[in-house]
Design a protein around this ligand. Structure first.
Ligand code: BES
Ligand code: ZN
Length: 620
């Protein structure tokens, strides 16, 4: 801040006419010239103003002008740039800057002139309502309903909407931040974090390990902290903290198991923040501090595999990072595979296989949908082509589940011992670096698939560059879910026969999900009522079960579930639940009318990520 000289010139004078069009490298979704200028460190000052719902910030970038470039190009989207200064440490002077034309996906390039001797560039800016990463919540939208809340979601390319930076996953930097918040609230980031609130409202953060921009995160709210183990703990709103700590009891065991599998945890502490229900994802692997939806707090510890997933990203994604969004599967597919290995270690093989079987069921549905649409068939490849598209478009079950089953196939082909050794080396060799599909395949060929037989059996090119799944990728058999299949088979003899055969007290959330997903299609509203009377799905407090049940309710016009469905859509902002429910609703004209009406009321409570996806769906 102090480097910025308050200028008497007006903004319009400073923001001179846009002349030289920067190279838009569409395939990495960034305007930035990170190949010419290296940003090594980011120093942030952020003043979080809840009244105006704005962050006023200064981002000071420590740079190395390796290519002796005449300009540094940063990404911005929905930001107001107020002043820019450049120079050497402690000797910055205000400079002109240029903003490129607006691209609806990428935002605007911020072009700042520099010289060979420039080592620091400082940008004073403030966010706008269009700063899509941020969601400002009113007290009513929180658990405790007493204080407002703010959180960011930067992945994939939204970091640029709250910080001007080089927003490209191939580039890493360390960061530190000073954040000013109202004194009743605490600030948290993807960095070293406070555990108690202080009365100054000023918090300092350091992330000493280099990270890609999509892992910068901020949350501000009335939260407290509870330790869970040696280097683990949970943050949540004060009135929710005990339930969260109970639910996440296995977190330390997960960290220990993950380390035993693939090497030391590189980030110091592993904490988790439970957010208000509008959080648009299940979880986000922000380093040191996973952000998570409160829908995993089911009251029975049944949805904690999500923690294993976000934790696994501490290796696959955060330590070894996809260089471009085309290779998103290197983050997510590896992580789903690793998640399963953690679950197996902590909860046993039967449990892990049950989760894998459910994952395969979801993959089959996605494949069916994408393969039926000639325009989307290519999206069933692991390696994507997202040029000119929003990276969000490529983020389907393919990266997650096809990715997982490819790595499972490699494990089965090469044997767990050799495969694990290879993967552990992969993480340590590429630690704090970026990776690509071809780099991974090169390493695989050199270090693991060393005989022609293994090479042939691995069939790597079919998996990575081919559409759909290879025919030999047979479904996962889960002993646990076979029990559910046996119950479902009884329904052919009638509903009562099935109900008599079931032992519902032995069912967990996952058994129920398999049950609901495979119920005979001839069930009608009457059958729905029988099930509901018996198992109380409409009133279930488990969001996964609610989501599946409400889809059935819509399909079979089971009206008694509608008020609860409406409430759910207005409360929960997790995109994974919203999309199938809205999709089911718009299948009929009355349903569509109702969906539009609910969305009109609920929209302002959704994060932009969810709001944009639902809006696009409803427009068709
Ligand atoms: N990194 C993702 C979330 C993400 C993906 C954000 C793409 C933005 C763009 C996170 O790790 C994730 O995969 N979350 C899943 C949970 C998981 C258990 C599969 C989710 O949110 O549902
Ligand atoms: Zn993930």
């Amino acid at each position: 801040m102090r480097y910025i000289l308050i200028s008497l010139f007006s903004l319009s004078l400073l923001a001179c006419q846009y002349r030289n069009k920067p190279n838009i490298n569409a395939s990495n979704h960034s305007f930035s010239n990170y190949n010419e200028v290296k940003v090594n460190h980011l120093n942030l000052f952020l003043d979080v103003k809840f009244g105006k719902k704005e962050i006023w910030g200064t981002a000071t970038l420590k740079i190395r002008n390796e290519a002796k470039a005449h300009q540094i190009i940063l990404d911005t989207k929905g930001l107001s740039i107020d002043h820019v200064a450049a120079g050497a440490k402690n000797k910055l002077t205000e400079t002109t800057f240029t903003l490129g034309p607006e691209d609806s996906i990428l935002g605007r390039a911020l072009i700042i002139p520099i010289t060979d001797s420039t080592t620091e560039v400082s940008v004073a800016y403030h966010t706008l309502p269009a700063s899509e990463a941020l969601q400002w919540l009113s007290p009513e939208q929180t658990h405790d309903k007493k204080h407002p809340f703010l959180f960011s979601q930067s992945e994939a390319i939204l970091a640029r909407s709250w910080i001007p930076l080089m927003d490209v996953p191939a580039h890493r930097f360390t960061y530190e931040a000073t954040v000013k918040v109202p004194k009743e609230l605490m600030a948290l980031m993807s960095a070293t974090n406070p555990t108690v609130r202080n009365d100054s409202g000023l918090y300092h953060f350091r992330q000493e390990r280099p990270i890609p921009s999509y892992l910068i995160a901020l949350a501000v709210g009335d939260v407290g902290f509870k330790p869970l183990g040696r280097n683990t703990g949970v943050y949540a709103e004060t009135g929710f903290l005990d339930s969260c700590a109970w639910e996440l009891q296995s977190m330390q065991a997960m960290v220990d198991s993950a380390e035993a599998l693939y090497g030391p945890y590189a980030w110091g502490r592993y904490d988790l923040l439970v957010l208000p229900p509008s959080f648009p994802f299940g979880g986000m692997e922000n380093p040191c501090l996973t952000f998570a939806t409160p829908t995993i707090i089911a009251g029975d510890r049944s949805l904690v595999s999500l923690v294993a997933h976000e934790l696994a990203h501490s290796w696959s994604g955060n330590l070894v990072t996809t260089a471009t969004w085309n290779d998103f599967w290197l983050n997510e597919g590896f992580t789903v595979y690793f998640e399963q290995r953690i679950m197996e270690k902590v909860y046993g093989q039967k449990y892990a296989e049950m989760l894998a079987a459910l994952g395969r069921g979801e993959l089959d549905l996605t494949l069916k949908e994408l393969m039926a649409d000639p325009a989307r068939r290519a999206d069933t490849r692991l390696r994507l082509n997202l040029d000119g598209r929003n990276p969000d478009d490529g983020m389907s079950d393919i990266a997650y589940e096809k990715g997982r089953f490819f790595l499972r196939h490699l494990e089965q082909t090469t044997g767990r011992r050799d495969w694990d050794r290879f993967l552990k080396n992969y993480f340590s060799d590429l630690a704090f670096k970026s990776t690509t599909t071809s780099l991974f395949l090169d390493k695989l060929n050199k270090e693991l698939l060393m005989t022609p037989e293994l090479h042939q059996k691995a069939d790597v090119r079919t998996w990575v560059y081919g559409e759909g799944l290879p025919a030999y990728a047979t479904p996962v058999v889960s002993e646990e879910l076979e029990r559910v299949n046996a119950d479902l088979a009884m329904s052919r003899r009638g509903f009562t026969a099935m109900l008599n055969h079931m032992k519902p007290e032995t069912y967990t959330t996952h058994h129920w999900l398999h049950f609901l997903r495979n119920l005979h299609t001839s069930i009608d509203a009457k059958g729905m009522k029988v099930l509901d009377d018996r198992f109380h799905f409409t009133q279930s407090g488990n969001a996964e079960i609610q989501c599946d049940w409400y889809q059935l309710a819509i399909k079979h016009q089971y009206k008694p579930a509608y008020p609860a469905l409406e409430q759910f859509l207005k409360k929960v902002g997790r995109r994974k639940f919203l999309m199938p429910l809205y999709k089911a609703l718009i299948q009929t004209p009355e349903g569509k009318k109702w969906a539009l009406d609910i969305f009109r009321q609920a929209r302002s409570g959704y994060h932009s990520v969810s709001a944009n996806s639902v809006e696009e769906l409803l427009q068709h």
